[in-house]
Design a protein around this ligand. Structure first.
Ligand code: HEC
Ligand code: HEC
Ligand code: HEC
Ligand code: HEC
Ligand code: HEC
Length: 480
């Protein structure tokens, strides 16, 4: 009986304290609101409701914790600012200071628990693919869309963008806050600049799942292409990629030689996008060193960031690959998503893809462009109409996953460096050491010249180039 009276008394006193001034009252109200809001969302979630929407996530992950913390700051701030009034009230309550102190301790503990829960949910949410990919919707839509089609679609954004450990986490949150601010004030660069300025080294991201020494050997690649002629004629390149790695005998061979732990490759680029590389240094385990420079460049390292080469200097598009219109159409034609028996379909589709649309009118514009192209050839029968419909869907889908005019992201903004474009920044045959040893590049003499083949073979054996119906596929049992 006595103890329940004390409890009631304490609650009355706290109530009076909280109502002693408007700031404290408002703070208390905010805290209550935040907790109620959180309980509501939690209950909805427990009953199988939509936890997943980006807005629910922003509310529980950011808005509620922010409200709660704001309230928690306002309560003591009000008490402090209106301390004179507080003192008067405290005097009126002077009889039971002990239970008041106890109540404060209990309330503080509850607050910490609440902050812990809200903060944990917030932190967890802010590391989710959802938050990264959809909260800053307009800004990162292109990366999110490309990510969902990538081999890493099930890997969290933070596994590649945030270094492990507390330091990486704090850096990421500081950087993220800056980005969020830029996004909210509509002050961010379009397109988002790449290479990413402070990209976490592959050692702390990629190499937690991939083992750089792994021997990947040689891989067969069959690449189908189509012309813009009436019959949409096809041709095929067949390559044996010498991906390599570290063999059982300890020798590192092939393309993955660059990430062999026994060598360090550093380079300096003369432009922000790292398309021009005038200076390269290779240091081997035995301490020997080689410096390659492009014509006219000094042997001494030029000013600028000296970058240590890692996976991302080639696999820069491992999670966000954007297509070129030509390559995207080739893939769709090869997969039958665009019917090849529509005459000139690649030509018309190329025209449609490279016209300036907005994201709102692209689909309709592409539809009209293709329909008009075929309307010229007279009445369309029902089967042709169906095929055309299929082609329209696919061409529009290709445009929509590659072009974001409001982000200034057009075709080829983010080229894939694991191709000639990337390799030939160094392997152009023009980078030489001071003693005249050249870093190998493609020998561009006539294709009948054996020295040309040898130069190509260091990276891949070209089994067939631009052939209509490569005999090699026949002998491998892979005829298309
Ligand atoms: C498998 C690793 C990986 C994952 C997973 C990943 N990224 Fe990336 N991301 C990269 C790399 C590598 C780059 C570009 C590196 C460079 O060129 O500097 C990049 C670049 C970006 C860029 C800069 C613009 C651009 O296209 O270069 C944004 C924005 C981005 N990522 C957002 C995301 C979001 C959002 C997610 C999750 C939905 C995500 N990333 C998941 C590896 C990854
Ligand atoms: C969380 C683990 C994880 C991380 C981190 C990760 N990867 Fe992967 N990666 C995988 C898995 C699993 C596959 C195989 C996917 C498959 O074939 O289904 C893969 C596939 C690949 C492939 C082959 C793609 C293809 O088309 O077959 C490349 C290249 C690659 N990763 C590079 C990278 C790079 C570069 C990074 C760092 C930016 C990275 N990965 C980070 C797990 C990871
Ligand atoms: C010098 C450029 C370069 C570097 C550096 C590089 N790779 Fe690769 N990697 C390639 C190329 C080229 C291929 C072959 C791609 C193909 O088959 O089209 C490849 C293939 C792969 C594959 C797919 C193998 C298969 O058989 O499907 C994986 C996985 C991979 N690399 C991961 C990595 C990881 C992880 C790193 C960093 C430790 C790395 N690569 C560093 C160029 C590079
Ligand atoms: C930053 C410059 C740079 C880039 C980019 C680069 N490489 Fe290299 N690569 C080198 C250097 C330096 C060597 C060592 C040459 C030597 O020792 O003579 C090398 C060696 C090689 C080797 C020989 C490995 C061996 O077995 O000895 C192959 C194969 C190779 N590169 C393929 C590629 C491919 C494929 C790409 C593009 C996906 C690429 N490189 C991109 C700098 C680069
Ligand atoms: C420094 C390494 C390197 C050298 C040298 C090199 N290539 Fe390549 N090549 C690559 C890479 C990497 C790819 C990309 C493979 C892929 O698409 O996954 C490629 C792709 C190709 C393709 C397929 C293109 C497609 O999309 O169908 C052809 C054809 C080709 N190379 C021909 C040659 C010829 C011919 C030479 C010699 C004159 C040569 N390459 C020299 C690295 C090299």
């Amino acid at each position: 009986m006595a103890s329940s009276a004390t409890t009631t008394g304490t609650i009355v006193r706290i109530h009076r304290l909280l109502r002693s001034n408007w700031i404290t009252s408002a703070g208390a109200a905010l805290m209550t609101l935040a907790v109620l809001g959180f309980v509501t969302v939690f209950a909805m979630h427990a009953m199988g409701g939509a936890w997943a929407g980006p807005y629910i996530g922003i509310i529980t992950g950011l808005a509620l914790p922010a409200l709660f913390v704001l309230g928690m700051v306002m309560v003591p701030a009000g008490l402090f600012l209106y301390r004179k009034r507080l003192n008067e009230r405290l005097e009126a309550l002077a009889d039971k200071p002990v239970s008041l102190a106890r109540a404060v301790v209990v309330l503080t503990a509850i607050n910490f628990a609440a902050i812990g829960t809200l903060g944990y949910t917030g932190a967890h949410y802010m590391s989710s693919v959802q938050f990264c990919g959809t909260a800053c919707h307009a800004a990162m839509d292109p990366e999110y869309v490309a990510f969902q089609r990538s081999p890493h679609a099930r890997v969290d954004c933070v596994a590649c963008h945030v270094a492990p450990g507390t330091k990486g986490y704090i850096e990421a949150k500081l950087n993220g806050t800056k980005q969020l601010y830029g996004f909210l004030t509509d002050n961010y660069r379009r397109p988002i600049p790449t290479p990413v300025e402070h990209l976490v080294p592959a050692k702390d991201t990629c190499e937690r799942c991939h083992w750089p020494e792994k021997y990947l050997g040689t891989k067969l690649k069959v690449k189908s292409h189509y012309r813009e002629d009436e019959s949409v004629s096809g041709f095929t390149n067949v390559l044996l990629m010498r991906t390599g790695g570290t063999r059982a005998d300890g020798q590192t061979v092939g393309i993955h030689w660059h990430v062999n732990p026994d060598v360090t490759i550093e380079y300096v680029a003369s432009d922000e996008k790292r398309t021009r590389i005038p200076w390269i240094r290779v240091v081997r385990k035995d301490g020997s060193e080689m410096v390659f420079t492009s014509p006219g460049a000094s042997h001494d390292a030029p000013a600028g960031e000296r970058r240590k080469m890692d996976c991302n200097d080639c696999h820069n598009r491992s999670a966000h690959a954007f297509d070129l219109p030509d390559a995207a159409l080739d893939n769709a034609l090869a997969a039958g998503l665009i019917p090849r028996d529509l005459p000139f379909v690649k030509k018309y589709a190329m025209e449609a893809l490279t016209t300036d649309w907005t994201r709102d009118n692209a689909k309709e514009g592409i539809r009209q462009h293709l329909q008009q192209a075929y309307a010229k050839s007279g009445q369309l029968d029902e089967t042709t109409r169906q095929k055309l419909e299929k082609a329209i869907e696919e061409v529009a889908a290709i445009w929509l996953r590659n072009v974001w005019p409001e982000r200034k992201l057009g075709w080829n903004e983010y080229p894939d460096l694991a191709t000639h474009v990337g390799c030939f920044r160094c392997h152009d045959g023009k980078h030489v050491t001071s003693s005249g040893h050249a870093l190998f590049g493609p020998d561009l003499t006539a294709s009948s010249n054996p020295s040309r083949d040898a130069s190509c073979d260091r990276c891949h054996v070209v089994l067939s180039e631009n052939e209509e119906d490569p005999a090699v596929l026949e002998s491998l049992g892979l005829r298309r």
